[in-house]
Design a protein around this ligand. Structure first.
Ligand code: ZN
Length: 232
C-alpha cells in the first residue's frame, strides 16, 4: 500500500529486549484529520503514533516501527504495562465521542485492514494482542469505540471474532473472564465491562453483565491462551 511520510519528533528508542507484540488502535478524537495530524507532529504535544489513517483511506507514517511512538500512555494488558514500549499505534481519524462520533467509512476501514495485515506479517503480534486504546486504558479512554468494525477486521484476518456464541457456563464469573482476556482488574467492574462491550458486544454498551455479555466474555476468553507470568 502507498504510505505518505509525515515524520513526528515525538518518538524515542524502544527499550532493548522487548518484542513488538501488540497493536493498539485509536481514534483521533479531534474535529478534523488535518488538525489531528498537525498535533501528532507538534513537539509540544508530546504525543504521536506510528500511523494515521484518514477517512478517505490515506495513510501517513509518523514514526518508524522500530522506534517508540507515544500513543498509549498509562496502559496495561495481560500483565504488561507501559505498552508504548512494545506496541505499534495507529490513529484512525474520527471526531470521537466528544466531537460527533460517526461510523468509520469503508475506504478508511479497508486501509486500516491492509495496514494491520502488513504490520502483523512483520511482527509476532497475536490476535488477542490487537486491542483498542479503551482495552488497555479503560479508566481513561473510549477509543476507537463501539462503531469501529472489529468484526469486519477479523473477517479479513486481523484479530478474531467469535461467531456462534453458546450460553456461558453456569459458574461463569465476569471478573474471572475479564482477567483471563487481559484487562487490568483494579478498576470497577462496570467500567471494565463497558470496555469489553465497546470491543466485543457493541450493540449494547451499558457496563452490565447480562446473559449475552457473559456468553461473549466466555467465548472470547475461550479463544485466548492463559497469561504467562514470565512474559518479558
Ligand atoms: Zn487513543
Amino acid at each position: 500500500m502507498r504510505i505518505f511520510d509525515a515524520p513526528s519528533p515525538n518518538q524515542d528508542a524502544r527499550p532493548p529486549g522487548l518484542p513488538i507484540d501488540m497493536l493498539v488502535l485509536h481514534y483521533t478524537g479531534m474535529q478534523s484529520g488535518a488538525a489531528a495530524l498537525a498535533r501528532l507532529r507538534e513537539a509540544e504535544a508530546r504525543v504521536s503514533s506510528h500511523y494515521l489513517v484518514e477517512e478517505d483511506g490515506t495513510v501517513f507514517r509518523l514514526v518508524p516501527e522500530e522506534r517508540r511512538a507515544w500513543h498509549a500512555g498509562i496502559s496495561h494488558w495481560r500483565g504488561c504495562i507501559g505498552l508504548n514500549d512494545r506496541s505499534i499505534g495507529i490513529e484512525i481519524v474520527n471526531p470521537g465521542h466528544e466531537w460527533g462520533y460517526r461510523p468509520f467509512p469503508a475506504l478508511q476501514m479497508a486501509a486500516v485492514c491492509d495496514l494491520c495485515l502488513e504490520i502483523i506479517a512483520r511482527h509476532p503480534i497475536a490476535p488477542w494482542n490487537i486491542v483498542g486504546h479503551s482495552d488497555v486504558a479503560p479508566d481513561r479512554k473510549q477509543d476507537p469505540g463501539e462503531l469501529f468494525d472489529w468484526e469486519g477486521l477479523a473477517a479479513n484476518g486481523v484479530g478474531f471474532w467469535p461467531e456462534a456464541v453458546p450460553p456461558a457456563p453456569a459458574d461463569a464469573q465476569a471478573a474471572t473472564l475479564l482477567a483471563a482476556i487481559g484487562y487490568r482488574m483494579d478498576l470497577p467492574l462496570p467500567l471494565l465491562l463497558t470496555a469489553f462491550q465497546r470491543r466485543w458486544r457493541p450493540a449494547r454498551v451499558d457496563g452490565l453483565a447480562d446473559a449475552e455479555c457473559l456468553a461473549r466474555l466466555a467465548a472470547v476468553a475461550a479463544r485466548i491462551p492463559a497469561i504467562r507470568p514470565d512474559r518479558p
